[in-house]
Write a protein that binds this ligand. Sequence first.
Ligand code: 4AD
Ligand code: MG
Length: 463
Amino acid sequence: TISSLLHSPLSDERANETVTVAGWVRSVRRMKNVSFAHVSDGSTIHPLQAVLTKEQSENLSMGTSVKITGEWKESVGGKGQQSKELLAEKVEVLGKADPLTYPLQKKYQTPEFLRTLLHLRQRIPANTNLLHLRSNIISTLTAFFVEHSFIQCHTPIITSSDCEGAGEVFAIVPEKFFNTPKYLTVSGQLHLEALAAAVPRVWTLSPSFRAEKSGTTRHLSEFYMLEVEAAFIDTLDPLVALIEDMVKTIVRSISTSRVGKETLSTAGEDKAVQLEERWKGLLERPWSRITYTEAISRLGLAAEQKEVQFDIPAVWGAALQAEHERFLAQTVFNGPVFVTDYPKSLKPFYMLPSVSTVPTPGEGETVACFDLLVPAVGELIGGSLREYRYDELLTEMRRHGIAVGDGGEDEGSLRWYLELRKWGSTRHGGFGLGLDRLVCYLAGVENIREATAFPRWVGRCDC
Ligand code: 4AD
Ligand code: MG
């Protein structure tokens, strides 16, 4: 690959060797007697410089796929970023790219415009880099979970239920195929809980689908969720500790590897400084943790003292707004913060009540859950302990109008989920992390539509 040629020590070892590279032309400079072509094969954001005769460069233009054989030489004239260049002997055009119609340009093109070219934009260095970064994160996660004795599982995509109960499910057509309505999963959690009742430490990285109509910079209709479930845990502490360790391990891997360097160099100078600070901050500081109730007081105080002005006031019992989350993570904690023990009324049916539910006057019950909020992105992770007691879960399921199969309507019900509490139930809990949001956070990407190659959001699924 070009990366193995460009990045020393291989670069030096192979000096004066004859090598063959295949890739796409990024640019061609034609001088009087000689031409220079920058060729990229996506293995690194940096192109290789090939030195060609005028004739050899004739059919080359941005986007052309080529195979070039030549000598890997010390670069004469010292032009370009690399100390070596490829002195072409044989140039084979594999696929032409008509310069009059090729939509990618050497000049700056806006993210909005590039989103109309999802099939091509991965050829741009910043987008190429995001593919590498995402892949690096997944490798690190895989190794991390192996090390911590979690096994990777696959949860189904087609499901009978709406795990989060938010009514944002995509229904599958034709309905008749499975006899009862089926949906694309919003979360693999319920199935992962069943697996954690056999193997106590499981994880999955699966597509999740949400028919959310909000076309924000952090919502996709299809995204990848990392989910973890652990049995035999009594508090949120082990989950919170695991998450901090997991994200720090990812950041350490990025910041010490070439993908990290290339992330910084595609971010642009100003942003690179901020991004490096972000990585450092993540590693150096212990992460903060507060309860929802404390967060509401803190937000109330900040508004009262005119430290900040919110569009919607933060009141106990109401969901934290994006502006509240941003203020907490960015201004108050300037880094990740776990907000725990939200009001029960705001959360899905499966959460276990908080350990000490002693509501202060004016407050209601809370559940043993957390959201991890981070600057710029907001909510990155949501997790909880699960209701593991049969009677209590049944009550909650009924209260939420979830079919439990006791009225003859067995099909499509969550009876199986309830039954897990009947035979060998254990205390357990887990969490879900939005992988695309993590990519945004670690790469300093502002819009989640850039964090994944083929984003889908309300009204848009073009490619
Ligand atoms: O907070 P959520 O909805 O939690 C669950 O689904 C749990 N069942 C997970 C679990 O405990 N196993 O989603 C988890 C995370 C969010 O914090 C967010 O990062 C991401 O998934 N997420 C989205 N990412 C992109 N686009 C969307 N529409 C998302 N919705 C959630
Ligand atoms: Mg959530």
